[in-house]
Design a protein around this ligand. Structure first.
Ligand code: G
Ligand code: G
Ligand code: MN
Ligand code: NA
Length: 253
């Protein structure tokens, strides 16, 4: 309960911040995107992890206000970067399943318009739980977002209940292999088999594939060999504040 009320205040007191973690092309080694990740600078507790407060926000419904703030802030930032003449790859924001209602496409369109941001500058990351609830209504909302020009990525792939059938039904252009399967590469046979299967399937479905949580050069080499498109992880960079991310781009990374 305390976290909930403090989180409400955090929204008003500017205690929230977005960090950006680069996504890197395995072909060119260049930054080709970033994921925006929420951070909370609590005046007493210091940096509070989203692993702690996102579940509370999900439970209480506060995730709707947080999610709206994240979209607004990401668009504001993209606009600021553009005004500074930085060429930005797409920035991905995480969407909670709870944000997925009929009004979502309209709400997102309004935020994009307010900041004069093109829809292909913002990607949306969704989780498998949304697909499992996957009614025709959810598919219709996704199709509207895609029709607006937005790309959808499926986060944490492999940890939930999604199957081949789901992947065919939903207009998803990118799969993100969950960190838990990347950890054991290239030494754990099971992780290798799972990673190989996911990449092969994604290629057949013409989806881009991003490996999460890449920490070692060996993992990277294995993923490149498999034909994975992008990596995200500490090997290249942790999530960093906006100014640091912009500096990385300026250095031509
Ligand atoms: O950044 P970190 O690995 O600590 O994030 C922990 C969890 O919080 C991850 O599962 C991540 O997806 C989630 N998360 C981070 N930022 C956001 C956000 O803006 N919205 C939602 N819904 N989840 C987020
Ligand atoms: O659930 P989601 O994939 O949105 O969350 C991404 C989370 O993974 C972020 O909290 C981020 O800080 C974390 N993360 C990103 N790269 C790495 C990594 O290489 N190793 C580990 N252990 N965590 C990572
Ligand atoms: Mn994510
Ligand atoms: Na993930």
């Amino acid at each position: 309960l305390r976290i909930e009320s403090e989180l409400r205040q955090a929204l008003q007191n500017n205690e929230l911040q977005l960090y950006y973690q680069p996504k890197v092309s395995l072909r060119s080694g260049r930054i080709v995107g970033a994921e925006a990740l929420l951070r909370w600078r609590h005046p007493m507790r210091g940096l509070v992890s989203p692993g702690v407060f996102i579940p509370v926000a999900e439970e209480t419904g506060l995730i709707l206000d947080l999610g709206a703030w994240v979209l607004e802030e990401a668009c504001r930032q993209v606009r600021e970067w553009r005004d500074a003449n930085l060429i930005m790859p797409p920035i991905a924001v995480n969407l909670s399943a709870r944000q997925f209602d009929n009004e979502l496409p309209k709400r997102i369109a309004a935020v994009l318009e307010r900041h004069c941001v093109q829809p292909d500058q913002i990607n949306l990351e969704i989780t498998e739980s949304l697909l499992v609830r996957g009614t025709d209504k959810v598919i219709a909302i996704m199709n509207q977002l895609v029709a607006m020009g937005m790309a959808l990525a499926l986060d944490d792939f492999g940890t939930g209940y999604s199957s081949l059938a789901y992947l065919k039904k939903f207009p998803i252009s990118t799969l993100k292999i969950d960190r838990s399967f990347v950890i054991g590469l290239p030494y754990e046979e099971n992780d290798c088999a799972i990673a190989r299967a996911i990449v092969t399937m994604a290629q057949q479905l013409r989806q881009e594939i991003v490996a999460e949580g890449v920490e070692t050069a060996e993992q990277m080499a294995f993923l490149r060999e498999l034909g994975c498109d992008q990596l995200q992880g500490y090997l290249f960079s942790q999530p960093v504040p906006a100014a640091e991310f912009a500096a990385m781009l300026r250095e031509g990374k």
